[in-house]
Design a protein around this ligand. Structure first.
Ligand code: 13P
Length: 251
């Protein structure tokens, strides 16, 4: 088993470029001895400042979306090649906020994943169920379907550049965290889905994060679960000490 913890911040629509540089400046010394991979996912306009600010640290920089075409008449969109050309390493795709507010579907997520991998980026692919789906007992089906469709056409070899983030929608920004057992159960199920799509080794090697109100207080218990290999952190990633505490818990 070769997987390593990955702790990624999803800053969502927060921070100006100057504020992004300042926050990374605060985070840098606090995570200098991290034994996991550390990533910050910043708004598009913050990418140049973030790439400059992370220099000399091992911190990776993620965008929060990309388009599936290389170029063209897509007002307001940003291509994977554009991100790659500026030195961005990661892109978050399929986040529930994109699916809920901006019309992303499993099919468009699949196209974005394809474009990102073709450009050489590492994908953080988000999947997760709504509360009603959990209450109806279809969490497993929903998450398996999202995973299978998003990865349509992705090879086992390419899975080395795919991280999956299990983010139950009811836990995002609500302060209502999945229990460690719930998080592990679905992360394990995703791993089982990968074993079916690919093979046991690919499934074992894929990093599967939990996201949804992960914070400095609950990270250690969540990250101690055998199938939880990291976190995708929203609110707590905007506070350097809290983010650093989560990074330290990932070992
Ligand atoms: P919160 O940590 O604020 O719940 O957000 C989680 C998330 O959506 C990360 O992508």
């Amino acid at each position: 088993m070769s997987r390593k913890y990955v702790i990624a911040g999803n800053w969502k629509m927060n921070k100006t470029p100057a504020e992004a540089a300042a926050l990374i400046g605060e985070i840098k010394p606090l995570v200098a001895d991290a034994s996991c991979d550390v990533v910050v996912g910043v708004p598009f306009v913050d990418l140049p400042a973030a790439l400059e600010a992370v220099k000399g640290s091992g911190i990776g920089v993620a965008a929060q979306n990309c388009h599936w075409e290389k170029s063209g008449a897509f007002t307001g969109e940003v291509s994977a090649d554009m991100l790659k050309s500026m030195g961005v390493g990661y892109v978050i795709l399929g986040h529930s906020e994109r699916r809920t507010y901006f019309g992303d579907t499993d099919v468009t997520v699949q196209k974005r994943v394809r474009a990102a991998l073709d450009a050489g980026l590492t994908v953080i692919l988000c999947v997760g169920e709504y509360l009603e789906q959990r209450e109806q007992g279809v969490t497993g089906e929903v998450v398996a379907m999202q995973t299978k469709i998003a990865l349509g056409g992705v090879s086992a070899q390419e899975m080395a550049r795919v991280i999956i983030a299990y983010e139950p929608v009811w836990a995002i920004g609500t302060g209502r965290t999945a229990t460690a057992a719930q998080a592990n159960e679905v992360c394990r199920l995703i791993r089982g889905t990968l074993a079916g799509l690919y093979d046991a080794k690919t499934a074992e090697d894929t990093v599967i994060q939990y996201g949804g109100s992960m914070n400095a207080g609950n990270a250690a218990e969540l990250l101690a679960q055998p199938d939880v290999d990291g976190g995708l952190i929203g609110g707590a990633s905007l506070k350097a000490p809290d983010f650093a505490t989560i990074v330290k818990a990932a070992k």
